[in-house]
Design a protein around this ligand. Structure first.
Ligand SMILES: Cc1cc2nc3c(=O)[nH]c(=O)nc-3n(C[C@H](O)[C@H](O)[C@H](O)COP(=O)(O)O)c2cc1C
Length: 381
């Protein structure tokens, strides 16, 4: 019987087990460059079969969060190289999650203080629609996202190209692949969702083909640069984060994507079920339909524990389970699952920004057990 600890062939790359570390923004890169601390953080978690990095912006325009490490400049590529070398040194596999937030940004993060860009000129205006940006006094904090500007039809190509360049940069930085961030209300969803996309051009809301065109153009451009086996994509069907209202054709839209993405032989599709984060959960029936329609590797994240993960894999609904929060406080999560060791709880106050506290100071269980008094900060188990 297959277990979570069996190896897995991910488009020709052998993962040492089936546990995926989900992408998590930690906002500790003061100058936007991944550094030695970033490398330490990821190498501590290299017991995962696959690590997906925090979202890394493809351009300054794509950034909606201060202090996140980007992947558009040479220095940023050099910075990420420390991480990929460290993870590979531990026998791990690591994909970079490449990210454009679209309208979920703020003028203070944009080149020249300009408006963020999106599929639409309508801002997200619910209480959660915040960017982590700078106020008038230059102080960082959560601020209402700014009013965006709709990308011109020809300009969309430039953003497609920015994604393609980020894929090339990721390969140069030593990543095993990229994950396009098509989830959680960011730029791809702003095109996909007809309650947000109010365009009338070939990327507009009139047809499903038009709404999915931008996403598929980026997928194709990334494949052209680094090959399909190195391109994955994250999606969050039924997610409502950042004012993504439900619409009647959700299932049809994602089944259309299932068919299109199956043709392209991607490394994987990675679902985030936002049910564990306050949105309505992804219906089980939808997961079954997508599974039937999509021929490649399917990853799922969102409120999983070991038991749920095992049963989803056993039932053939997914290939690989992904874990977010549990990987923050349990760098050795795979080993804890394998041994039945207890899990530590993450300190939510230190999720974003700050120092090495709550970042690289969570100990492996083996070290905690051997050196209980020496354990740094000994974040509770
Ligand atoms: C601190 C934190 C930061 C996150 N940042 C990202 C991100 O950059 N990109 C993304 O796609 N999801 C992000 N997520 C969502 C996680 O990838 C994951 O899907 C979510 O936490 C649900 O999984 P879990 O219940 O195992 O934590 C983040 C979650 C947390 C807790």
């Amino acid at each position: 019987m297959t277990t979570l600890f069996d190896r897995y062939d991910l488009a020709g790359r052998i993962l040492k087990n089936r546990l995926v570390m989900a992408p998590m923004t930690r906002a500790r890169a003061k100058n936007g460059i991944a550094d030695a601390q970033t490398a330490l953080y990821y190498s501590q978690r290299a017991g995962a079969g696959l690590i997906v990095t925090e979202g890394t912006p493809i351009s300054q325009e794509g950034q909606g969060f201060a202090y996140v490490p980007g992947i558009w400049s040479e220095e940023q590529v050099k910075g990420w190289r420390l991480t990929t070398d460290a993870v590979h040194g531990e026998g791990g596999t690591i994909f970079a999650q490449i990210w454009h937030v679209g309208r979920m940004s703020h003028n203070s993060l944009q080149p020249g203080g300009k408006a963020p860009v999106s599929a639409t000129a309508q801002p997200a205006r619910d209480a959660n629609s915040m960017a982590f940006a700078f106020d008038d006094q230059g102080e960082p904090g959560f601020i209402q996202a700014s009013v965006p500007r709709a990308l011109g039809t020809e300009e969309v190509k430039r953003v497609v190209n920015d994604f393609a360049n980020a894929a090339t940069n990721a390969a140069e930085a030593g990543f095993d692949g990229v994950e396009l961030h098509g989830a959680n209300g960011y730029l791809f969803e702003q095109f996909l969702n007809p309650t947000v996309n109010d365009r009338t051009d070939r990327y507009g809301a009139a047809t499903m083909e038009d709404r999915t065109r931008f996403l598929l153009e980026v997928v194709d451009a990334a494949i052209e640069r680094i090959g399909s086996a190195r391109v994955g994509i994250r999606l969050s069907p039924y997610g409502q984060l950042f004012q993504m209202a439900h619409y009647p054709e959700i299932e049809a839209t994602y089944l259309h994507l299932a068919a299109e993405l199956s043709k392209r032989n991607l490394a994987y599709v990675h679902f985030m079920d936002q049910g564990s984060r306050g949105s309505s959960p992804m219906p089980v029936g939808f997961l079954q339909s997508f599974r039937a329609a999509y021929s490649g590797t399917l990853i799922l994240a969102g409120g999983l524990d070991q038991t749920k993960a095992e049963s989803l894999v056993r039932d053939g609904l997914i290939n690989l389970p992904a874990f977010g929060e549990p990987f923050i406080a349990n760098p050795d999560l795979a080993e804890r699952f394998r041994q039945g060791w207890p899990l530590a709880q993450a300190d939510r106050d230190s999720f974003y920004g700050g120092t090495t506290l709550g970042y690289t100071d969570y100990a492996a269980y083996r070290d905690l057990a051997a050196w209980p008094n020496a354990a740094p900060a000994a974040r509770s188990i």
